[in-house]
Design a protein around this ligand. Structure first.
Ligand SMILES: [Zn+2]
Length: 409
């Protein structure tokens, strides 16, 4: 499967870092350049309905090769890389047959060490693609793109493998939370889809947080400190008291797995006015509502006995757990699970402690769990991926196409 690795190594040469400070879509020009390159590659594979729309979304169809009706399955990956680390001049290095120990990253002082990243212990004998220590790698999510295109190319070369319509889409600006914004679900016309945007081999995710944000504002009264007795209300004192009364064991640093949290992200403070910004996360909708109620009650307690509203609260909902949209269609998970098992991959189903574009797409009518790419340590200079993991991702995509066709025969 050299073409898989060739594709990947070519794709990471495009600088497609997205930029949250820019309002356009795609947010950066590099993504448009990459999108045009991908469109041309899809055209050269003779795929149908190849389009690159004004917002930078690339879509294409591999038409069904069977006589009967099979649901259309989609595969989705994103073209941008995270703003957290540079994605320009990526110089990947291939370490063949990794035998353990530290891997020097390029000529710099950075190393990829199993002491820091114990996952490396499981990868002896694998071929590992790393950065040169100065940029991210961009396996998130160019590995997903290379895997999807390689799987489609494989299906084209093997017409004896049955499949229904296979829909593929590459989206801009996922890393800045906008990848689903202008996704044309109707045009994509898939019955369901998978993002190929996960980490280590076996990852299969269809649960994510329900998310809301809360702003608590404390209105003080500023008076010259020399004559403040009985008059000054220092809003910072109120804010500090409020934060001290938040559940200390329900924060990001004290929770994992299926546990939710309250997280104080930023604060602005002065005597006259202080504002605390929280994000609330919970895998259960009830749980999220309970967290909102906790804040409301706490604010009410702070206002007790005050004629004016000393403390005000606004809450906005951000995103929801896709499980609600995926669970009514258990075959979507079952097909992915069985495809992994058929490819000698042990499915590792775990909740995403965040949100994904797949979650937003699920609520837009396209149920969309997430599948592994084979990559590790996304968004930083220690990002790496294994050739073997990428090959398994291709196999799983092909197997999903095949199993879906067989299931509906
Ligand atoms: Zn990603």
């Amino acid at each position: 499967m050299t073409s898989l690795i060739d594709r990947f190594l070519k794709y990471v040469t495009f600088d497609t870092q997205s930029d949250p400070s820019l309002g356009c879509c795609p947010s950066t020009k590099g993504q448009t350049t990459f999108a045009a390159f991908l469109r041309d590659e899809l055209l050269s594979l003779d795929l149908q309905d190849v389009t690159l729309d004004d917002n930078g979304y690339v879509m294409a169809t591999l038409p069904s090769n069977v006589e009967y009706d099979v649901p259309a399955v989609g595969f989705v990956a994103h073209m941008d890389t995270a703003p957290d680390a540079s994605g320009a001049n990526v110089r990947p290095q291939l370490v063949e047959n990794y035998l353990g120990g530290d891997i020097a990253l390029g000529k710099g002082e950075q190393v990829l060490s199993p002491i820091q990243y114990p996952d490396l212990h499981q990868l002896h004998g694998h071929d590992i693609i790393t950065t040169d220590g100065t940029t991210l790698l961009g396996a998130d999510n160019k590995a997903g793109i290379a895997e999807i295109i390689s799987a489609v190319a494989f299906l084209i070369e093997h017409p004896e493998i049955p499949h229904g319509d296979i829909k593929i889409a590459f989206t801009p600006d996922e890393e800045i939370g906008r990848g689903a914004d202008l996704f044309n679900v109707e045009k994509f016309a898939a019955n369901w889809a998978y993002t190929i945007d996960g980490g280590p081999v076996g990852e299969l995710e269809y649960e994510n947080f329900n998310a809301a944000a809360a702003t608590v504002t404390f209105h003080g009264n500023n008076v010259h400190p020399g004559t403040a007795k009985g008059k000054m209300v220092n809003s910072m004192t109120l804010a500090a008291r409020f934060q001290a009364e938040m559940p200390a064991d329900e924060t990001p640093e004290t929770t994992d797995g299926y546990e939710g949290f309250y997280h104080l992200t930023t604060a602005e403070m002065s005597v006259a006015k202080s504002t605390l910004h929280y994000i609330l996360r919970d895998f259960e909708q009830d749980g999220l509502e309970r967290r909102k109620a906790y804040l409301k009650n706490k604010v009410a307690t702070f206002n007790q006995g005050d004629k004016t509203e000393r403390v005000t609260l606004t809450i906005t909902d951000n995103y929801s757990n896709m499980r609600e949209m995926v669970e009514p269609h258990p075959h979507i998970i079952e097909i992915a699970k069985q495809a992994m098992i058929a490819c000698d991959v042990k499915p590792n189903i775990k909740p995403i402690r965040g949100g994904t574009d797949g979650a937003r797409l699920s609520f837009m009518g396209l149920p969309c769990p997430n599948i592994f790419t084979g990559g590790y340590n996304f968004h930083g200079i220690h990002e790496f991926i294994t050739v073997q993991g990428m090959e398994l991702a291709v196999n799983v995509i092909v197997q999903i196409a095949k199993d879906t066709a067989i299931r509906y025969r």
